[in-house]
Design a protein around this ligand. Structure first.
Ligand SMILES: [Cu+2]
Ligand SMILES: [Zn+2]
Length: 290
């Protein structure tokens, strides 16, 4: 420290921090005050402070509390750089875990025994358990400009009686038929899809009831396209009974079985992935408090 940088009133002109007599002693006192401050802050640790404490013991994390001492500021800047690297690494790990959790399933729709008169692919993507399922697809060979009932049926069997083998609508909670937006609906009720002038229907919907895990898991079940429009459970008079059961959507013109597309690992390992993801999230939260 050059003498010119210190005023006669005990202030370091470079840092603006007060100095007390001999620099060595002042640095020691400053460090002591900082340590006492940290101890006071640690008086009643919360859950996240416990995590913060764990992180502060990591070699990459280094000194964790902002210091008013010039000597420790340099150390803090270095540790800040280390912490940014650690933070980025943990964020990358979290993203990788999230990507690993994503489940994708796919169904090829055909008319069993009749080639590809009506055909298309429908995909189902769930980013993590409990999240809505994104349903997307393209089906061609349809009559133009019409609505067609579109459902998940209970069985993934199209072998013996064509689309009839898929059974009824997938309905694990034993509810009445309805629209996808209704509370009272079958899990498999996806409403209608509409064809354009060229007989092609584009599907893009986000469904909060479908799932690729748990009770509402549609993996291995059937996708069915009907020849008529689904009345979404709103039929009256003579139509009411059929409306509450199937939506009066008529015969089945195409169907397929929903199968695994991604990941190829056993899906039962997802519970461990969720636990790992939660731990990584807690560590990130703790680091942000430091
Ligand atoms: Cu159906
Ligand atoms: Zn239904």
């Amino acid at each position: 420290m050059k003498k010119a940088l210190q005023t006669g009133h005990g202030q370091d002109l470079r840092s603006g921090y007060p100095v007390e007599g001999h620099l060595g002693n002042s640095a020691g006192k400053c460090e002591r005050r900082e340590r006492e401050k940290i101890e006071r802050r640690r008086g009643s640790p919360s859950f996240l402070h416990v995590f913060a404490g764990i992180i502060s013991q990591l070699p990459a994390a280094g000194h964790s509390v902002y210091s008013a001492c010039p000597e420790t500021q340099l150390k803090s800047r270095t540790s800040m750089q280390s912490r940014v690297v650690t933070f980025a690494t943990l964020a990358a790990v979290l993203l990788a875990i999230a990507a690993a959790q994503e489940r994708r399933a796919i169904a090829l729709l055909t008319v069993p025994g009749q080639g590809l008169a009506v055909s298309g692919n429908v995909s189902f993507v769930q980013t993590r358990p409990g999240e809505p399922v994104q349903v997307q697809g393209l089906i061609s060979g349809l009559r133009p400009n019409r609505n067609f009932g579109f459902h998940i049926h209970e069985k993934g069997d199209i072998s013996t009686k064509g689309c009839t083998s898929t059974g009824g609508h997938f309905n694990p909670q034993k509810r009445q038929h309805g629209a996808p937006t209704d509370k009272e609906r079958h899990v498999g009720d996806l409403g209608n899809i509409r064809s354009d002038d060229g007989g092609v229907a584009t599907i893009s919907m986000l469904d909060p009831v479908l799932s690729l895990e748990g009770e509402n898991n549609v993996l291995g079940r059937g996708v069915v396209l009907h020849e008529g429009e689904d009345d979404l459970g709103k039929g009256t008079g003579d139509d009411e009974k059929g409306s509450k059961a199937t939506g009066n959507a008529g015969g089945r013109i195409a169907c397929g079985v929903i199968g695994i597309q991604h990941p190829v690992e056993p899906w039962s390992s997802s519970a461990a992935q969720v636990a790992l993801s939660s731990l990584a999230l807690a560590l990130l939260s703790a680091m942000m408090l430091l």
